[in-house]
Design a protein around this ligand. Sequence first.
Ligand SMILES: NC(=O)c1ccc[n+]([C@@H]2O[C@H](COP(=O)([O-])OP(=O)(O)OC[C@H]3O[C@@H](n4cnc5c(N)ncnc54)[C@H](O)[C@@H]3O)[C@@H](O)[C@H]2O)c1
Length: 317
Amino acid sequence: MILVTGSSGQIGTELVPYLRERYGRNEIISSDITDPTGTQTGYIKLDVTDRESLERAIEKYKITDIFHLAGILSAKGEKDPDLAYRVNLNGTYNVLEAAKRHSIDRVIIPSTIGVFGPETPRTGVPSITVLRPRTMYGITKVAAELLAQYYFEKFGLDVRSLRYPGIISYMAEPTAGTTDYAVEIFYYAVRLKRYTCYLRRDRRLPMMYMPDALRALVDLYEAKSEQLKIRNGYNVQAYSFTPEELYGKISERINGFEIDYRPDYRDGIAATWPESIDSSDAAKEWGFKFDYDLDKTVDDMIEHISEKLGISGKHFA
Ligand SMILES: NC(=O)c1ccc[n+]([C@@H]2O[C@H](COP(=O)([O-])OP(=O)(O)OC[C@H]3O[C@@H](n4cnc5c(N)ncnc54)[C@H](O)[C@@H]3O)[C@@H](O)[C@H]2O)c1
């Protein structure tokens, strides 16, 4: 039985159905900090900062594997560093400690490009590199990565991690990260044909589309343990682009779309992150690949967001 923590977020909203489809409806327990709604099945309320509840859930549902998604992302973490510390660091420690005590088979923890900092190389960053982040999010995620490696080496717990870049998706709207503009821009383009971007026009960042992000996580989960040499985090990305380049791609498809730039504190966070990362360790050791290039991503996003907002294709170029 697989437990997913933080399952109501941007990634969990899509990962849970993906796992249910792959391993069976009744094989997945989803969980988050909020009370279940009437329509949710296989969902429990679970706060990862509460170790006792976590251990009780592991016992009660006979959990064998954990996808640990619960977290406070970069932008929200800078607004509330104390919460980010408690959820990201104490929460991850609780998950690892509970997993060790209950002999969990595999623990999957997504990490992030937020672990990098200004001293990291700017482009083509390898998986093993300088990690000196300047945000509470990054600091807690570096610590979580090192704990993952520690629990693997010291206790033999099979912990696996990859560093996601910004994730583009249309199901759950992200609200807490620095790369959220790359989702938000589509809603504004489709609905209003106008967007004010909180990053500089030339702020290049690594990104990937949700279907590739889900497949990568599951490929890592299914890989043979002995294939995996890196336990703290494999770099993965599909492409990297600037807001101006993304705007260019969208305006090729939506006539009259306009953008302006008003950089805020999130641009300061992004300025400490690299422009691109090197996914070759992930490709070599567990076969990481991606299907969606930027054009395919933009086509798919516009199609789905138009459907979601009930706006017909005639609206576009
Ligand atoms: N989305 C991205 O672009 C991105 C990029 C890199 C890494 N990641 C990583 O992926 C994971 C999931 O990210 P996401 O984008 O789905 O984030 P999100 O902010 O959309 O979702 C996080 C979820 O965690 C839940 N949560 C917060 N505190 C909790 C607690 N104490 N106990 C249980 N649940 C709690 C929230 O309610 C939320 O539903 C995180 O570890 C994040 O660091 C995401």
